[in-house]
Design a protein around this ligand. Structure first.
Ligand SMILES: Nc1ncnc2c1ncn2[C@@H]1O[C@H](COP(=O)(O)OP(=O)(O)OP(=O)(O)O)[C@@H](O)[C@H]1O
Ligand SMILES: CC(C)(CO)[C@@H](O)C(=O)NCCC(=O)O
Ligand SMILES: [K+]
Length: 249
C-alpha cells in the first residue's frame, strides 16, 4: 500500500492506495501529524510499503513528519523536489525552486490530463492560478489570499465581525446581498474569488482563445465552480502530479 500526502499550510490531505494500484483504500483531511497517524491506524489491515509526499511547509516540519512515519511504519518516504522541467512542463519561475511544490504538481497533473494548454486554479489557504501553454511552458501565475485568510483578516481587524462555522456554511446558500454580517462577509469574499476566476479566464482566452482546459482544485473549489461550468473539478489534481513526480522505482 502506498501512502500519499499533500501537506498544505493548514491541512494534510492523505490517501492510501491499495496493492492493486490506483484504488484508494482510505483518504481524508487532517489538521496535524498526530491526527494523521490516528486516521492511518484506524485502517484495517494497513500495510504500508512506500510513502510519497509534497509539502509547502518548512524543512523542519516536513522532516518531523517524515521521521514520525519512518519510525511508525518503517517505510521510506520520498519528498517531491523542485525541478526545472518534468513530464513536458517547464517551470516558468526565474528561480524554479521558489515555485510552490503543490502548484508544480497540480501543473504536471493538469498538463497531463489536458494534453494541451491549461489554467490551473487551486483554492486552499491561499488561492493560486497557473498558466501552462500547449508546449508545456509555464507562463507564470498568481497568488492571493484564500477564503480562510480573507475571513480571518476581517475577523482579526474589525471589532464587530464574529460568527461561527455553521452560520458561515448556511450563508452560502445564495449570493444575494447579505442582510446579516455572516451573509455579507461570506458572500462578499466568495464573490471576490469568483471575480478572480473570471479575470483569470479572460487572460487565458486572450492567450489561447477557447483552446484550453480549466482545472479547479483545493478545498474551496466548490465556491467558484458555478462561474466556470466548463471547468474540470479535480480534487486530487496534486496527487495526479505526485504520482508523476515520485513514481515507484
Ligand atoms: N473536508 C475538508 N477538510 C478541510 N477543509 C475543507 C474540507 N472541505 C473543504 N474545505 C475547505 O478547504 C479550505 C482549505 O483548502 P485546502 O485543504 O485545499 O488547503 P490547505 O491545506 O488549507 O492549504 P494549502 O493551500 O496550503 O494547500 C478551507 O477553507 C476549508 O474550509
Ligand atoms: C502559494 C502556496 C502557499 C499555495 O499553497 C504555496 O504554493 C507556496 O508556499 N508557494 C511558495 C511561493 C510561490 O509559489 O511563489
Ligand atoms: K494546496
Amino acid at each position: 500500500m502506498i501512502l500519499e500526502l499533500d501537506c498544505g499550510n493548514s491541512f494534510i490531505k492523505w490517501r492510501v492506495l491499495g496493492a492493486s494500484a490506483g484504488i484508494a483504500v482510505g483518504e481524508g483531511v487532517v489538521d496535524s501529524d498526530l491526527a494523521l497517524l490516528e486516521s492511518l491506524n484506524a485502517i484495517e489491515r494497513l500495510s504500508l510499503t512506500y510513502c510519497r509526499l509534497v509539502s509547502v511547509r518548512t524543512t523542519e516540519e516536513t522532516g518531523a513528519l517524515t521521521s514520525l512515519l519512518t519510525s511508525a511504519y518503517g517505510i521510506s518516504v520520498v519528498c517531491t523536489a523542485p525541478s526545472r522541467k518534468m513530464s513536458g512542463v517547464r517551470n516558468g519561475y526565474e528561480e524554479y525552486e521558489r515555485l510552490g511544490l503543490d502548484r508544480w504538481l497540480a501543473m504536471l497533473g493538469g498538463f497531463h490530463l489536458a494534453s494541451g494548454a491549461c489554467l490551473v486554479l487551486d483554492f486552499g489557504t491561499a488561492v493560486t492560478a497557473d498558466f501552462i501553454d500547449r508546449d508545456g511552458e509555464h507562463l507564470g501565475g498568481f497568488i492571493c489570499p484564500g477564503m480562510p485568510l480573507m475571513r480571518n483578516q476581517l475577523r482579526t481587524h474589525t471589532r464587530n465581525i464574529r460568527y461561527g462555522d455553521i452560520a458561515a456554511e448556511r450563508a452560502l446558500e445564495s449570493f444575494a446581498p447579505g442582510r446579516t454580517t455572516v451573509e455579507a462577509v461570506e458572500r462578499g469574499c466568495s464573490l471576490m474569488l469568483r471575480g478572480f476566476v473570471l479575470t483569470q479566464l479572460e487572460m487565458a482566452r486572450s492567450y489561447w482563445g477557447e483552446d484550453f482546459v480549466v482545472f479547479l482544485t483545493g478545498g474551496d473549489a466548490g465556491l467558484v465552480s458555478g462561474v466556470v461550468p466548463e471547468a474540470r473539478v479535480v480534487p486530487d489534481l496534486v496527487f495526479v502530479g505526485l504520482a508523476m513526480a515520485c513514481p515507484l522505482i
